[in-house]
Ligand binder design. Structure first.
Ligand SMILES: [Zn+2]
Ligand SMILES: [Zn+2]
Length: 251
């Protein structure tokens, strides 16, 4: 029997969800979906992927703010619906990225990977960050981590039983679209004028990635919940401050 590596499984997930997404959009309309319905589904999906990204990045990886209970549950829901993967994997990979930025120990540097390789999730596996004690102290994080794919499957099965055409354009399209943007951040957020170093992306990318495109700023000040520099706008920081945050962390 063929034994697939973790990386192979990620690549298969990326390709399968991309195929489902491409087929699901025309199917949604053939099966009677309306344009308004599609737009609402995409807006809700975009909101949940943004919550998931803020959850694993600004909250779990960097602890740049302390969320209130509703904020935590919004981010857990976003993380599960997004389908990006187990939160512990995300936290470890992201801390490796900051600790060993653009070296051989960086899981996803353009110095060592093509754009396509990063899109396929074929990251380098390495070690070199501290055991994430903070993650294991968070009982909710451990629960979501241990049951991640069961929660993802349960959500999708329930949604499919309610309305198949909506289920097919919800989670698969959320992942496919958001993963393209994540790849843009991981690759283009480090390549600029033929050099590989953290760089800010343009205003449009910064808006549609909820601030993640302000990547150089974030590398320069990792624990700041806002990635905006002078005269810049970070939509993600607005979501954190207006919707998710109970207080700033103790320095
Ligand atoms: Zn980076
Ligand atoms: Zn970061």
């Amino acid at each position: 029997m063929i034994k697939l590596s973790y990386t192979d499984k990620v690549s298969i997930k990326v390709i399968l969800l991309a195929i489902v997404s491409v087929l699901a959009i025309p199917y949604y309309f053939i099966a009677g979906g309306t344009l308004l319905g599609f737009i609402i589904i995409r807006l809700v999906g975009t909101a949940f992927s943004a919550l998931g990204t803020i959850g694993h990045h600004r909250w779990l990886s960097h602890h740049s703010f302390v969320p209130h209970t509703l904020g935590r549950y919004l981010m857990w829901t976003g993380l599960v619906i997004y389908g990006i993967g187990k939160p512990l994997h995300l936290v470890i990979a992201h801390r490796l990225h900051h600790a060993h930025c653009d070296t051989a120990l960086d899981p996803h540097s353009p110095n060592h990977h093509s754009w396509m390789n990063l899109w396929l999730g074929r990251f380098s596996t390495s070690s070199g960050v501290r055991y994430p004690k903070d993650f294991y102290r968070n009982k909710e994080a451990v629960f979501v981590n241990n049951h991640y794919w069961k929660l993802y499957a349960a959500f999708n099965i329930v949604l499919a039983l309610i309305d198949l055409k909506t289920a097919l354009v919800f989670c698969p399209v959320i992942f496919t679209w958001s993963w393209i943007l994540t790849t843009v951040i991981n690759y283009n957020g480090h390549v600029h004028n033929n050099t590989v170093t953290p760089t800010n992306l343009n205003f449009l990318i910064s808006i549609i990635t909820f601030g993640e495109g302000l990547h150089k700023n974030h590398h320069n000040d990792q624990t700041n919940r806002s990635f905006a520099g002078k005269n810049q706008f970070d939509l993600g920081a607005v979501v954190v401050e207006k919707i998710l945050m109970a207080k700033a962390p103790l320095k």
